[in-house]
Design a protein around this ligand. Structure first.
Ligand code: TYD
Ligand code: MG
Length: 455
């Protein structure tokens, strides 16, 4: 009888070792190695039959002439994030926190496709999925549900059914008979993903894998999973708000700068094609501490509202709390205000919120953050028809940002009357021709003076 083969795997990064070690050599985590059986039996290889379809080397000119078109998913935001639709044979990993809406998103896409889709679920029963489908209000006889977690059984039906899209909810529930460890373990996840990837490449069927996320926001399972798939999408948002953002973290077939925006409603996810409208809160009276940034997220300009509250610290250590904004970046901006303008913010609590609970990466938001903090400190509201686009440097200078004309155009389209930009961004902009007043600023103290007409 063959001896059972085992190996040790780091549960954090997926590194393999022949013996147990206390500290992982590759990621540095302590006590993460777990023994798993890796005995592989070829009679369980799910794709033996399909292997006869194995492709042969061909001249590149022949291949390019038969490139298949991307599959339109009928979901414009999803298409956009993928780079224009599903590429045949690609494997897409969709990650996100529990309850964020991964299953809802994928079921909705599966139901909206006029193609044969196989939705494999190891997490919910067919009745539960049906309930969700009813809630979404879409009927589609081409969408097949399948409760199965063994890759070998799945392979049998995939061969019979020949679906045009496969959704697996979730990769952590699958197991393969060739490995003895439990579902969700590093070696199972890796092996199941490898087999599904083989299927995708050989049959040109796109496969979407739903993946869990760990407490610290990493995709659960081996890092190698992210290397294996073609596209990694992250579904995120604050659960207390309805807005959800789909970002591409990796994309072999498109840009990772794109993002899709959805709103979770009572009947599924609504695509948000004009994000500025939802990110600006409707308010009647002007309040201090609020400013609006003309941002570009992905390829899309959007206006985002920022709220700051600066108050005297009650406890010894002042609090710095942010939602949707990097707290270290806020500390840096506060240090600039302290050092360059003499504001004593060291003894103040500072709270900063981005409306809608979305996370923002664009550095052009800096000037609006500074403006809202200043507005809260001075307790003077900023006119709500004013917006900002500029990065702030360590010496208090307002730096240039990219795609300034797109930002100005979006602000103008939404009826803003003034936009503050970096003085160095003025080149090439015809200020006289635009309906919106463009105010160039060079430094933060200049911004302060312009905004509050002080000194
Ligand atoms: P779900 O899609 O199951 O999330 P995941 O697969 O990422 O764990 O969860 C969706 C959440 O959204 C759940 O709390 C219920 C809610 N929801 C709606 O608000 N509207 C809907 O139409 C649906 C289907 C779900
Ligand atoms: Mg789910």
């Amino acid at each position: 009888m063959a001896k059972t083969q085992t190996a040790f795997f780091c549960q954090n990064c997926g590194a393999q070792s022949s013996k147990w070690i206390g500290r992982c050599n590759s990621c540095g985590e302590w006590n993460t190695y777990v023994e798993e059986v890796i005995h592989r039996d070829n009679k369980h290889d799910a794709w033996q039959k399909i292997s006869s379809l194995l492709p042969k080397p061909r001249p590149i000119t022949e291949i390019s002439s038969e490139v298949q078109d991307r599959l339109n998913t009928n979901n414009q935001e999803f298409n956009r994030v993928l780079g224009g639709g599903l590429v045949p044979g690609s494997v897409i990993l969709v990650g996100g926190e529990p309850g964020i809406g991964k299953s809802t998103l994928m079921l909705q896409i599966a139901l909206n496709l006029p193609l044969k889709v196989l939705y494999i679920s190891g997490e919910e029963s067919q009745e539960q999925i049906l309930m969700r489908a009813k809630r979404l209000g879409i009927h589609n006889p081409n969408c097949y549900l399948y409760n199965e977690t063994t890759v070998q059984n799945i392979a049998r039906y995939l061969g019979e059914m020949e679906p045009q899209l496969v959704v697996v909810d979730s990769i952590q529930t699958l197991t393969t008979e060739s490995i003895d460890s439990t579902a969700g373990s590093i070696s199972q996840v890796r092996e199941c993903a490898a087999q599904l990837q083989k299927f995708a490449k050989q049959t040109h069927t796109p496969v979407v894998l739903i993946g869990h996320i760990t407490k610290d926001g990493m995709l659960a399972g081996p890092k190698i999973l992210e290397h294996m798939v073609d596209t990694v999408l992250q579904f995120e948002g604050d659960r207390h708000y309805g807005y959800r953002i789909l970002r591409a973290m990796k994309n072999r077939f498109g840009s990772t700068a794109e993002l899709g925006i959805y709103e979770m409603t009572n009947s599924g996810l609504r695509e948000v094609s004009n994000p500025s409208e939802i990110l600006l809160s409707q308010r009647e009276e002007e309040m201090s501490g609020i400013s609006i940034a003309a941002n570009i997220e992905g390829m899309r300009p959007m206006l985002i509202e920022i709220q700051a509250l600066v108050s005297s610290a009650v406890y010894g250590t002042p609090q710095r709390s942010t939602t949707g904004f990097d707290p270290r970046r806020l500390n840096m901006l506060l240090a600039v205000l302290e050092k360059r303008m003499g504001f004593h913010l060291g003894a103040k609590d500072v709270f900063l919120n981005i409306t809608g609970g979305i996370r923002v990466d664009d550095p052009a938001i800096d000037m609006a953050v500074i403006a809202s903090v200043l507005s809260s400190v001075e307790d003077i509201p900023i006119n709500h028809k004013t917006c900002f686009a500029g990065e702030v440097g360590l010496s208090g200078e307002i730096r240039t940002v990219n795609k300034i004309d797109q930002r100005i155009a979006e602000a103008q389209k939404l009826g803003f009357e003034k936009i503050y930009i970096s003085k160095y961004n003025l080149k090439g902009i015809d200020t006289a021709r635009s309906d919106i007043e463009i105010i160039p600023v060079a430094r933060v103290n200049e911004l302060h003076r312009f905004l509050f007409k002080l000194r």
